[in-house]
Design a binder for this molecule. Structure first.
Ligand code: B1M
Length: 208
């Protein structure tokens, strides 16, 4: 078919310019991985996060954006590994003991990784011992706990308690549908993020 002169994409990618392909094209065009991250992916995800906070887009669009981000990040990973991109810090995340919901946690994890942090994702059903072990290995990391059930808010409280007893200077960020600011204060966590963007904002304040 006809090649669109204005299209920045190679003809063989016409009609399938997903995040994966566009990122590849950008890398091949010599754009630095750091620039792709800072000037395209992070502002785009910030927009997505803000729109989600304002109820202008919903979970399916968030998941699509998070997946697109993941596809781009996959292309950029080698540059992270080679030290071309400087990590802002380490973030340890997990869904608390007894809780298997991971969609929200994965979104938070991807957004934070997209914001330039190294993320250690411990998965679901994670107890205090695993969080503490990861923190011991990464002493300056910030910890994030996700809970989706009123019943597992109890484990969240226990985990925050154990972490603070073991490593008092550790910063703990919490989130998940049933969690509130009030609960955060009650259990002595450091910050409650109602959505991924608020978690990113908190971490960026910590990094700067
Ligand atoms: Co479950 N489930 N579920 N479930 N499930 C809920 C949470 C529930 C509200 C449904 C209902 O009854 N209306 C209810 C909880 C009631 C309560 O306690 N208040 C419930 C229940 C009861 C259960 C079971 C007990 C059901 C049963 O077996 N009888 C069971 C428990 C299993 C277990 O965990 N031990 C169960 C199981 C499941 C599935 C496995 C089927 C599946 C999970 C699949 C998976 O995650 N891989 C599931 C699902 C999908 C849901 C609903 C439908 C959707 C949850 C979700 O992913 N939302 C949910 C009802 C609902 O919310 N409509 C429900 C989308 C996601 C993007 O939002 O996770 O809130 P969310 O994350 C948000 C924010 O909360 C925040 O950012 C995200 C984006 O904004 N956030 C953080 C989350 N973590 C954060 C961490 C942060 C910061 C922000 O910093 C660290």
């Amino acid at each position: 078919g006809k090649v669109d002169q204005k299209s920045p994409y190679p003809p063989h990618l016409k009609g399938q310019e997903g995040a994966h392909e566009i990122t590849k094209v950008a890398i091949e065009a010599g754009i630095l991985a750091q620039e792709i991250l800072d000037n395209a992916l992070v502002p785009a995800m910030e927009k997505v996060g803000t729109k989600f906070s304002e109820n202008k887009i919903f979970v399916p669009q968030m998941l699509m954006s998070a997946k697109a981000m993941g596809a781009s990040m996959f292309q950029l990973k080698p540059f992270f590994a080679s030290g071309d991109i400087k990590s802002k810090g380490t973030f340890i995340i997990g869904t608390v003991k007894g809780d298997l919901h991971d969609i929200g946690k994965n979104l938070v994890s991807m957004m934070i990784e997209g914001a330039g942090w190294t993320v250690i994702d411990l998965g679901v059903d994670v107890g205090a011992d695993k969080f503490i072990a990861a923190l011991t290995e990464n002493p300056n990391a910030v910890v994030g706990l996700s809970a989706l059930l009123t019943t597992t808010m109890v484990s969240m409280e226990e985990i925050v308690d154990s972490i603070k007893k073991e490593i008092p200077e550790a910063k703990v960020l919490i989130g998940g549908a049933p969690v509130t600011d009030e609960f955060c204060m009650k259990i002595g966590a450091d910050f409650y993020a109602p959505d991924p963007q608020k978690a990113v904002d908190y971490l960026n304040r910590k990094a700067s």
